[in-house]
Design a protein around this ligand. Structure first.
Ligand code: FUB
Length: 326
């Protein structure tokens, strides 16, 4: 079976966050670009400096590139590396959340505001106070409460926060090799969507066979990066990348704050080191938005976003609608 084709081919696009706004499907990806920087565990090769927003009326139909929605040079606190973004709407305003390194080379999460889903977005002058690491994902629940999920290991710097305060010596390091795995983070967002409205807490993923948190050495199941939260049939699904084992996995919980119980894998490894996704319902079907490096011939930092349909079984487990080619 032939694999899926990227839905954008004139640019490299990664980390696609999808949302339906005003009946149209919008995708907010990272914009990968050519660089001579060598691959390393610090992720220096992912040296992106702007965002484009894409929209479509149908999955598989024409895709509109709305052009540059935000540039690094227009964000006062940013030094480099605009990584995986997400977007949300509240009270008629659109919010673009993005991670980047600040002037001290520490990853923070910022927010930019626009009047339309496609932007342009104007960044707040400072990063969101209390945020750190990478890969923001925003979930707005049916009651209007908004939650910001974030975190990523290794180059994403989450290991610097293993204890309560920032440990600079862990910049560029890997993760603890034993004990409970490090958790993704979550906090409520304020009503104006611009600041945190609660302390940052752990997104705990439990092992279904022990009801204990997944262990650090369990690299096939522990959280690495690419947090995403969606709701299906009254349950909250927290999905994520397992990083160095290259799976997209998910866990199910009863509240947006968890705890979540590990549920299985959504996607097996793709071409390229990273795997990062989002999940959204559009016109009655559910889709996985993800990326691989097939279009660039396997370059880790030159990725392309793709779409696959997913389905749920009677137990609420996620499956690809069509098998993933080996
Ligand atoms: O795109 C840069 C980084 O690569 C993202 O933040 C990670 O999730 C990984 O996809």
């Amino acid at each position: 079976m032939a694999d899926k084709q990227p839905f954008v081919t004139h640019l490299y696009t990664a980390d696609p966050s999808a949302h339906v706004f005003n009946g149209k499907l919008y995708v907010y990806p990272s914009h990968d670009r050519e660089t001579d920087i060598k691959n390393n565990d610090n992720g220096d090769q992912y040296d992106m400096n702007d965002y484009h927003v894409f929209s479509m009326d149908e999955v598989g139909g024409p895709v509109t590139d709305h052009g540059v929605a935000l540039k690094a040079e227009d964000v006062p606190w940013v030094s480099r590396q605009l990584w995986a973004p997400d977007a949300a709407v509240k009270n008629g305003k659109y919010y673009l959340y993005f991670p980047a390194r600040d002037k001290d080379d520490v990853f923070r999460i910022g927010v930019a505001v626009g009047d339309k889903p496609e932007g342009p977005f104007k960044a707040e002058p400072e990063h969101i106070k209390g945020t750190f690491s990478v890969d923001p994902a925003v979930f707005v629940d049916d009651d209007g409460e908004a939650y910001l999920y974030f975190g990523g290991l290794w180059g994403g710097q989450l290991q610097c926060y293993a204890n309560s305060s920032f440990d600079k010596s862990q910049l560029g390091a890997n993760e603890p090799s034993t004990g409970s795995a490090l958790h993704a983070k979550v906090a409520k967002l304020s009503d104006d969507m611009l600041s945190l409205a609660s302390p940052v807490s752990d997104v705990v993923i439990l092992d279904p066979s022990t009801s204990e948190p997944i262990r650090a050495e369990d690299h096939a199941r522990r959280f690495f990066e690419a947090a995403w939260l969606h709701k299906y049939n009254g349950k909250y699904y927290f999905s994520y990348s397992t990083g160095d084992t290259h799976y997209l996995a998910y866990a199910i919980g009863d509240t947006p704050l968890g705890p979540f119980t590990y549920g299985g894998r959504i996607l097996e490894p793709v071409i390229g080191w990273t795997t990062h996704h989002s999940i959204a319902e559009f016109k009655g079907k559910w889709y996985l938005f993800y990326h691989d490096s097939s279009l660039s011939g396997g370059e880790n930092h030159l990725r392309s976003a793709k779409i696959r349909e997913i389905v749920y079984d009677e137990q609420g487990k996620i499956h690809l609608a069509e098998p993933q080619p080996k």
